[in-house]
Design a protein around this ligand. Structure first.
Ligand SMILES: [Zn+2]
Length: 297
């Protein structure tokens, strides 16, 4: 039996080296330090699939359509005719509600599956008018949302995995080091056939064009990922890390980039899996194929 972790990072493309790229020269940035036209050395014997985020549609790749594509295997920008920013609109929600990875796995009998992120109290008290692609996917599949109580019990990780932003919101939770957060995520992955974790501070920092903040965020994220990889059993777990579009790798511009994104794969068969990923639309099919080989078409 294989378990799969899909680690989604918002706004991380494969950039060129130079002062515009906070990953260039950043110490201990592996596995995130991937550069154009270079053979990367990926810790824990990871494999890289250079992944197209433009999907044959003109314009800069955006979050709502890119995330919908990652989470469904449907080329969402092609389906709606453009790259949709921010939160999914009705057409994208329809795609998510019909094709999400959670639904595909559930109907193939793959269980248990989880979205590891924590939702804070505000989400339940006054539901936001616009919801993320992930939230829509969780809801449509009838999965439970993890709460702060789940986080305290080691069953969830906040999007800011150090919990600092949760404390700022007035929640009584302990801070976690990136390593502690990685260990919690690894334990969640060990208990589920499929786990999704979403991290989007990279995209926020990219838009802010703040080099110091970007370096700090990337270094902590790299530490958290390395500990996750160190703690889980890579013989029985496949880890797939990907992004929806470039951003943080080029701080000379406030907007998203046209760069490809890195999809990194660890665990059994990772080179074979990497060879099957060319665009964001290939992520969900590869995961379904890995977890439910009989049902994948
Ligand atoms: Zn995004």
């Amino acid at each position: 039996m294989t378990n799969v972790l899909l680690f989604f990072i918002d706004g991380l493309g494969i950039g060129t080296r130079g002062s515009h790229n906070p990953l260039d020269g950043l110490e201990a940035a592996g596995p995130l330090a991937i550069f154009q036209n270079e053979e990367p050395v990926i810790p824990f014997d990871g494999a890289l699939a250079v992944t197209d985020a433009r999907l044959g549609v003109v314009g800069r790749p955006q979050s709502a359509s890119g995330q919908t594509t990652i989470l469904t295997g449907v080329n969402a920008p092609a389906a709606i005719g453009y790259h949709k920013q921010g939160f999914p609109n009705r057409a994208l929600l329809d795609i998510i509600r019909e094709h999400s990875i959670f639904l595909q796995l559930s109907s193939a009998g793959v269980a248990p599956i989880t979205f590891a992120n924590t939702y804070s109290r505000g989400f339940f008290e006054s539901r936001p008018r616009w919801i993320s692609a992930t939230t829509a996917a969780v809801e449509a599949a009838g999965l439970a949302f993890n709460t702060v109580a789940d986080l305290k019990e080691g069953r969830a990780v906040f999007m800011d995995f150090t919990n600092a932003m949760l404390v700022e919101r007035g929640e009584q939770v302990d801070l976690r080091t990136p390593e502690e957060a990685g260990e919690v995520l690894a334990s969640i992955v060990g208990r589920h056939r499929f786990t999704l974790y979403e991290y989007f501070i990279t995209d926020k920092v990219g838009h802010a064009q703040d080099v110091d903040a970007a370096r700090h965020v990337l270094q902590n994220l790299a530490r958290m990922i390395r500990r996750t990889l160190e703690t889980i059993d890579l013989k029985s777990t496949t880890v797939i890390l990907t992004s929806d579009h470039g951003n943080i790798e080029d701080l000379s511009t406030r907007s998203h980039t046209l760069n490809s994104v890195p999809t990194l794969i660890w665990g059994a068969n990772n080179r074979n899996i990497a060879a099957r990923i060319a665009s964001l639309a290939d992520i969900t099919p590869v995961i379904v194929q890995t977890l439910a080989p009989e049902s994948a078409n």
